[in-house]
Design a binder for this molecule. Sequence first.
Ligand code: PEP
Ligand code: MG
Length: 591
Amino acid sequence: MEILKGIAASPGIAIGEIFLLNAKKIKTVKRKIDKNSIKGEQERFKSAVSRIEKQLKRLIDELPKEIKEHSSILQSHILMLRDKMVYDRTLELIEDETINAEWALDKAMSQIKALFATVKDAYIRERLEDISFVINKVKAALTGAETRLDLSSLKRPAIVVANNLSPADTLHMRKENCLGFVTELGSRTSHTAILAKSLGIPAVVGVENITSSCLSGETLILDALKGKVIVEPDEETLKTYEAKQKNYIKYRLEVISNSNLPAETKDGYRIKVKANMELVEEIPIIIQHGAEGVGLFRTEFLYITSKALPTEEELFKTYKEVVERLRPYPVTIRTLDIGGDKLASGICHENEMNPALGLRAIRLCLREQGLFRAQLRAILRASAYGDLRLLFPMVSGKTELVEVKALLRDIMDELEREGHGFNKDIKIGIMIEVPSAVLVADILAREVDFFSIGTNDLIQYSLAIDRINEAVSHLYEPLHPGVLKMIKLAVDAGHKAGIEVGMCGEMAGEPIYIPILLGIGLDELSMNAMAIPKIKKVIRLSQQEDCFQFVSELLSLDSAKLVREKALTFFRDNYPQDMETIDFMEVGLSI
Ligand code: PEP
Ligand code: MG
């Protein structure tokens, strides 16, 4: 029996036979060519690209109706095939260095890798995997090798083990006998992981050396709750996991069947529970999991995946689709939060010493007004089609907000002159994620209709912990007394001014923090859709009166360590479930 650790990318437990995908590396034959062969070699490359393009298009056409919405990933692969860095560069290299197409492709890939190595943002770095997938396809077409995931030999249900899987491979799995998958590469935010979640396939990624640690036909336990895989388990472990799996299925069925129950405490406090979203593809899962709307639509995605800035029309089309598909629920669109560690093509980013404190979000938008205006126009135009709300990120004080509101009024006048329909009374909110905004929350609350607390950044800025720096990640503590006081200050200031205060940082989706957030008096929690049923369940098991009392005790404690200990004890004592359910909830007991 061998136990290997990885990252739980899509929750669930699977037990079954291993289907090892030997994604054979395609050997690159490197060949110098003479000048007369350049044109021919370029044509060979062009025709390989066209063949792959056709194959991907066919795949899109063949997608079953229920997963049609995922076709945008395949569309993006088609675009990547013609990307300058891939397509034009390979043609250039064939000519300039008189080398064969496979070698030129390899060189183009190395250059792209070097460029991506300088990017810190994990999400952007993962796009490298998409490019590498596309390049491999072309290489295979050039050499005649087959890279298409061949699951046709998967006659019995099995767990797929591979070095890496592309989003397209994951899309195939829906139809096949796939119980789950394990990969050596990948991370929680990769497209493959996002898709696995929305298709409900349990997955653990980032398991080093898994392909050399097992054989097809062996038994595997995939614990995608804990990010663990067990190869050839012993009898006892197998029995334990069979029971665990049964209980997990029971637990999921119960929470999902109850996902439309109200998020109301035992003593009648009704809190709104909404979803965070980034991709249009997530809408079905958002609805199925009982969200009462979208509390945070992160709009960076469209900018990061596009080769150039998306146009107002493209943005409008997407926002309109989102709001229409989620009607009658409200959708809160956050304006572009780009800059810092999230970069996009088409935007001129400075080389900054402290990107997290630099030209990011609203600061960048106020400087690049053309970009900002296009997005605001698109959002306002989409507001004619449903309950759309506007959320501005990284606001640090009133001056910024006044400037944003003036711009918004100007755009409204412009749209009116042009005869466009839009909601003139659109609700306007700000993210509370900069400490100065907390301290002047009373002033800001008079200017807006709602607050949404972004704890991911609020913790980063109030504790001075770079949220992407692993060296200080152990100090990133949501239960630091300073953080709790900040949250309470913002909520109290909002309520005093008569506006609603929500939270959309990761803290809102973790069961252990729920009694605290109820006790502070938040009006809304927004989180990843998968977390909604379990959070609603914790809310239904809560008594807000007890939470008030508990929070007043917590606020008198003087260290994060004491707060965490108390929070764990409170959770164990007041949510009388067996430890297994607590495990299923991924409470975060070991944080
Ligand atoms: C936050 O900062 O808590 C937040 C929700 O925004 P993001 O994670 O996109 O910065
Ligand atoms: Mg933020």
